[in-house]
Design a protein around this ligand. Structure first.
Ligand code: DX5
Ligand code: ZN
Length: 219
């Protein structure tokens, strides 16, 4: 059983203090930093890109878990690699050739993630599961923090875990969107080992980061 890790999303952080917010997350026990990159095209929101990530890189040694909600994505992958991403997660719908994009990230010596929106079926990635390090299951439609967790994805998490065990694969199962103290237990029991959370971590318990991270980890 993999150790449960927490990847706080800085989308819910104070954007005027991103460097300090990342330091607060590290101090509070975050395992990695979830960086939501949005281009206003793949999703109806716009956040940050390589120049900001490059500056934030020096604020922490924690891995940057970069979630690219951009399209087209292939031609920008190297920019995020150079900016300091450690995990680069892409959406299959955002590339003309998923295998090429996976190989491209691999050649840059970065961990490869593929993200599935709530309405995207598992079968579109079944044949590439042995090529990737992480599957990011979206439990909201991407674009905004603070949305409500979609319980229908729990079945998808269970099915993915079943396939992973049957094929004896070792990729991480990360879940992203609306994660809180109630549904985190459900998601972990379903098979997830990395939880993304923005609103719960920054807003609950008067913003007590350590308490919120520990509560999500069931510790
Ligand atoms: C949504 C992002 C998520 C989101 C999670 O498009 O991919 O990472 O920021 O934030 P909460 O935990 O507030 O749903
Ligand atoms: Zn995300």
């Amino acid at each position: 059983m993999k150790k449960i890790q927490i990847s706080p999303s800085i989308l819910s952080a104070d954007f005027s203090q991103l460097g300090n917010e990342i330091k607060r997350l590290e101090k509070g026990g975050a395992d990695m930093i979830h960086v939501d990159v949005m281009d206003g095209h793949f999703v109806p929101n716009l956040t940050i890109g390589p120049p900001v990530i490059k500056r934030l890189r020096n604020c922490t040694k924690l891995p940057f878990d970069v979630h690219l909600m951009i399209s087209p994505v292939h031609k920008y992958i190297e920019d995020y690699s150079k900016a300091g991403a450690d995990i680069i997660t892409i959406h299959p719908e955002a590339t003309d050739n998923l295998i090429d994009s996976i190989d491209h990230i691999r050649k840059l010596n970065k961990k490869v993630g593929v993200s599935l929106n709530p309405d995207t079926k598992l079968n579109i990635i079944e044949n590439i599961l042995d090529k990737i390090d992480l599957v990011l299951i979206m439990s909201v439609f991407p674009g905004f923090g603070g949305q409500k967790f979609m319980h229908e994805v729990v079945e998808k998490i269970k099915n993915l875990k079943k396939i992973k065990d049957e094929k004896k694969l070792n990729f991480d199962i990360e879940v992203d969107g609306g994660i809180n103290f109630e549904n985190s237990k459900i998601v972990i029991e379903a098979g997830a080992n990395i939880l993304v959370s923005g609103t719960t971590i920054f807003k609950e318990n008067n913003g007590n980061i350590k308490k919120n991270i520990d509560s999500l980890k069931l510790e």
